[in-house]
Write a protein that binds this ligand. Structure first.
Ligand code: CP
Length: 312
């Protein structure tokens, strides 16, 4: 666990990782997120919990879901939001990340949401931030993506009641996946033990506890949840990127394979999806898919995290 996440009174100050996260705090975040969930099309409740606060999004890697949902979450809590276009920020002129932090702190920014390609960056920011300032990890290299882990377990909890009895198969490029790491951390905190990793040997993790399979059909037998992941080409050397057709044949999730899982299996994918590579449209858009529920939960989870960090 990060030493920097909790203040001296034990309050959550930053959200950097879910590794060894206190179960009570994790459950409280999920319960809080449930309160912020709304039905599709219903935005009748307005919150002013973060009125007068300024939230800055710093995304050094591309994002659709995470960036938009943090921005919406902040606005729905009444905060002001600035999303810097990093390609046109002074980072492009050589300004360091810490100087960017100090500059925006001087303008009274209260909370930074940061996605970065370098491992360790989030810890450094948390170490150097002013005492009243909060840092949220919105995706750190292949290391972690804690709000994704939270929204994933929230989605599972809405359908499955006992995490201890859960069998979860994570399929695809797990080695390069920050999503896989954070969801495994969250599942472990909640007591899940049967976590299976399936994919080509070179894409399986060597730092996560769980059973590893190069045969997808075996991994899917009797599972309650399948989490499909895309191949993270941006984190691979060109020669290591698998041939997509061959990959789809061996590791693509289709309806035939899905029948090996339990009949009430949940199909999840953090997005973005590469349809007909790691997952077919019939599965992604099929009756067992909760992929869009994950997206909806993302806003609620990010509202819960920001409100909690700011003590509201
Ligand atoms: N799941 C996720 O992080 O998606 P984005 O890259 O679109 O934010």
């Amino acid at each position: 666990m990060s030493q920097n996440q909790f203040d001296l009174k034990g309050h959550l100050q930053h959200l950097l990782t879910l590794a060894d996260f206190p179960r009570k705090t994790l459950t409280a975040l999920l319960d809080r997120a449930e309160q912020f969930r709304v039905n599709p099309g219903d935005l009748s409740i307005h919150y002013d919990l973060l009125a007068g606060k300024t939230i800055v999004n710093l995304f050094f890697e591309p994002s659709t879901r995470t960036r938009t949902s943090f921005e919406l979450a902040a606005r729905r809590l009444g905060a002001q939001v600035i999303t810097l276009d990093m390609a046109f920020s002074s980072t492009a002129k050589g300004e360091s990340l810490l100087d960017t932090l100090y500059t925006l702190e001087a303008m009274n920014a209260d909370l930074f949401v940061v996605r970065h390609q370098e491992p360790g960056t989030l810890e450094i920011l948390a170490q150097h931030a002013l005492p009243h300032v909060h840092i949220i990890n919105a995706g750190e290299s292949s290391v972690s993506h804690p709000t994704q882990g939270l929204l994933d377990v929230l989605t599972i909890r809405q359908h499955k009641k006992n995490f201890k009895k859960l069998s979860v198969a994570i399929v695809g490029d797990i080695r390069h996946s920050r999503v896989a790491r954070s969801v495994v951390h969250a599942l472990s905190v909640l007591g899940s033990q049967d976590i299976r990793f399936a994919g080509p040997a070179e894409l399986l993790p060597d730092d996560l506890a769980g059973e590893k399979y190069t045969n997808l059909d075996k991994a899917l037998e009797g599972v309650d949840v399948v989490i499909s992941l895309r191949i993270q080409k941006e984190r691979m050397q060109a020669g290591l990127i698998p041939d997509e057709r061959d990959y789809a044949r061996r590791y693509g999730l289709d309806n035939t394979r899905l029948r090996l899982a339990k009949p009430d299996v949940l199909v999840m994918h953090p997005g973005p999806m590469n349809r007909d590579v790691e997952i077919t449209s019939e599965v992604a858009d099929g009756p067992r898919s909760v992929i869009r529920e994950q997206v909806a939960n993302g806003v609620a989870v990010r509202m819960a995290v920001m409100a909690t960090l700011m003590g509201k």
